[in-house]
Each structure stands twice: as structure tokens, then as C-alpha cells.
Design a binder for this molecule. Structure first.
Ligand code: FE2
Length: 357
């Protein structure tokens, strides 16, 4: 299986992973052969790309850190929460469901603690907010597990993270989705969402007190230039510092109506470049051991002109994965594998980037 960006899909390609739509409905099943009609639909729905199976990639397996049904159920649960909050309705009846789903997520992540996040998230435009909430929770809990947090704390971290942006329902949608730069007044309104979310959740939903840390602190920056309280360094709660990284990573890797999705390596470079500025350096170091910049199944170009598919990642060497070479400078070659971590003849060869083909 390999990842192919939407603009590079061709008729006849075979879908490697089932695609789900905004209501958890099946859009296209694994194994279906893509037609121009299907490809147009994939682009229209806003998917940045899909997984396909072909001869050079059919033995490459990509395992997600949580199962697809838990993920889809939680996305649906969050959709209900957001819709009720938007209408000003009480949604405390959903607390049991969300708690149950968060418990399942924590259990699965603990079980899969040795896996890296290798899967590129397949979001469509319509479920962005809900899928983003779930992803921020998953990434936050993954960081928490690597930091050795106990299960009850992971659960609280996940609950806060999944609700981190609920306060956005109180900000004009036109401002939240505005493609261009916000005016000062608009930005002031956006900056109200952490405290508005905290007050609302405390009143209507009641979470463990540490879960509120995520909602309040997820836009604080390590150097003190964030909001709402301009806290800096360790004055920002641990949960807030964790969720800030998860939030930015998932937002950058998502396709938005006003910009293309950044690929994982670009997003990780942005996060690494903000160590000690926006983010806590120690937590970034933990994050980059668990989230692969070049996920399994992506196509990369090497500095020696070769093109290959990533087949395996190493937690300890995030920029030096195992690669199946499929092309030299110009033409296809019989595939062979090289290991950038261990093969010293490739010591001076680096990955130039993920390529779209
Ligand atoms: Fe936010």
C-alpha cells in the first residue's frame, strides 16, 4: 500500500484503504478500481490523497495506532457534541459515550504503544472539526504514554484534548473559516475560544479538573506570546504544552479550504523549528520519536537522485527510514531496499522530501 495525493490519482488504480464520509458512511471500499468519476469525487470531498495498492507496494502494510471503528465512532460522537453545543443544547447525555470512547482510545494506544504514527490522516472537508478533535486527543495521549503518564492521567488528557476547541462554536463561523488574514478585531474574537470553551464545558459537561488545562492552555506558547494568559515555560500546564504540539501538527497536515495540506515532514520541520519558541523542546523530542516525518507508504526523493517508497521507520532515527528504491534519475528500476539507518554506503544520502507521484 502507498499514499498517493489526490492530484496524482489515475484511473485504474486500486484503493488500498476504505474511505469514509462525513457521516461515517462508506464512500469507497478497499479494492475498488478508481474511475475518473471516483477521482473527481475524492477531490471534491477534500481528501488530500488516498492509499492505493499496486505491484510495487502491495506487501507494505500500514497499521493505524487506533482501529478504524473506534476512530469513526468517536468522530461521530464529537459531531453530536459540536452540533448540540452550536444549538446551545445540553449535551451532558453524551458524556457517557465520549468517556467510553476515550477509554477505548487510551486502551488501544497503550496496547499499540510500540507503534509509530505512520498513517496519513484521510479527512474530508466536512468532518474536519470532529476528526481534528479526535486526532489531537490521539496524538496527545501518545505523547503522554511516552512520558510515562498513568492511565487515569492519559484519560484526563484525552478528554481535555478532544474538547480543546469546543469554544469555537461561540465564534462566528465566517471568522473561523476565513481564508485570508484576520483583522485585529477578528483575532481578538478567536482568542476568546479557550476560556469560552472552558466555561461552557465546566457548566454543561463537567470534566476532571486537569482536563480543563488542555482547553485553557492549548494556545499558550513556550516563550509567553500565546493566549489567553500569555503564560510561558513551565507555567503552562503539562497538558497544555502537550496538546499545543498535537493541535498544530494535525492542523498543518490537514487540507483546508484556503490551503493545501502540508506533508508530515514539512509539519514536523515547522514544529522542530519552534522548539523553545512555541513549544516545549523536551516534549517535541518525544513527539518526533512517535510521529514519522516520512510515513510508511510515502514516496520520497533522495539526494542521489533515487526515488523510493518508505517501508519502515525507526523511533530512534526519524530521518533515516528503510526505503524501497523504485526509480533512478529517470526511469523505473527493479525495486530494491536500502536502509538509511544502517547502510553506511548511504551515509551522505539524505531525503530531499516527499514527492507527489
Ligand atoms: Fe484552539
Amino acid at each position: 500500500m502507498r499514499f498517493v495525493p489526490s492530484n496524482c490519482l489515475r484511473e485504474g488504480m486500486s484503493l488500498g484503504k476504505t474511505l469514509y464520509g462525513r457521516n461515517n458512511e462508506l464512500v469507497l471500499s478497499r479494492g475498488v478500481e478508481l474511475t475518473s468519476f471516483f477521482i473527481e469525487g475524492i477531490i471534491r470531498l477534500g481528501y488530500s490523497g488516498v492509499y492505493i495498492d499496486d505491484d510495487i507496494s502491495k506487501d507494505i502494510e500500514i497499521i493505524n495506532v487506533i482501529s478504524e471503528n473506534v476512530r469513526q465512532e468517536t468522530i461521530n460522537g464529537m459531531k453530536k457534541v459540536f452540533m448540540k453545543a452550536e444549538r446551545g443544547q445540553d449535551f451532558s447525555d453524551l458524556k457517557k459515550d465520549i468517556s467510553f470512547q476515550m477509554n477505548s482510545i487510551v486502551d488501544e494506544l497503550l496496547k499499540n504503544r510500540n507503534l509509530m504514527v505512520n498513517m496519513i490522516d484521510l479527512k474530508c472537508f466536512d468532518n474536519y472539526t470532529y476528526a481534528h478533535s479526535v486526532n489531537v486527543a490521539v496524538l496527545s495521549v501518545i505523547i503522554g504514554i511516552s512520558m510515562g503518564l498513568k492511565k487515569e492521567l492519559l484519560f484526563r488528557l484525552g478528554l481535555g484534548a478532544i474538547m480543546h476547541d469546543i469554544g469555537k462554536v461561540f465564534v462566528d463561523k465566517n471568522i473561523i473559516n476565513k481564508p485570508g488574514k484576520l483583522t485585529n478585531d477578528e483575532y481578538k474574537l478567536v482568542k476568546t475560544h479557550p476560556m469560552a470553551g472552558y466555561r461552557y464545558i465546566r457548566e454543561k459537561f463537567m470534566l476532571p479538573s486537569t482536563s480543563y488545562d488542555v482547553i485553557i492552555d492549548h494556545h499558550e506558547k513556550y516563550d509567553g506570546t500565546g493566549y489567553p494568559h500569555s503564560k510561558s515555560g513551565d507555567r503552562i500546564s503539562l497538558f497544555g504544552r502537550i496538546a499545543a504540539i498535537a493541535d498544530v501538527y494535525d492542523a498543518l497536515t490537514s487540507k483546508r479550504p484556503y490551503r493545501a495540506a502540508l506533508n508530515p515532514s514539512e509539519s514536523i520541520e515547522h514544529i522542530m523549528g519552534n522548539c523553545g519558541v512555541s513549544f516545549d523542546t523536551e516534549i517535541v523530542q518525544i513527539f518526533i520519536r512517535k510521529v514519522a516525518p516520512y510515513p510508511v507508504g510515502t514516496t520520497v526523493r533522495l539526494s542521489n537522485g533515487l526515488t523510493g517508497l518508505v517501508t519502515e521507520n525507526y523511533e530512534t532515527h526519524c530521518l533515516r527510514p528503510r526505503i524501497r528504491v523504485i526509480k533512478d534519475d529517470e526511469s523505473a528500476v527493479t525495486p530494491y531496499e536500502i536502509d538509511l539507518k544502517d547502510d553506511f554506503s548511504y551515509l551522505n544520502v539524505t531525503i530531499e522530501g516527499i514527492i507527489n507521484e
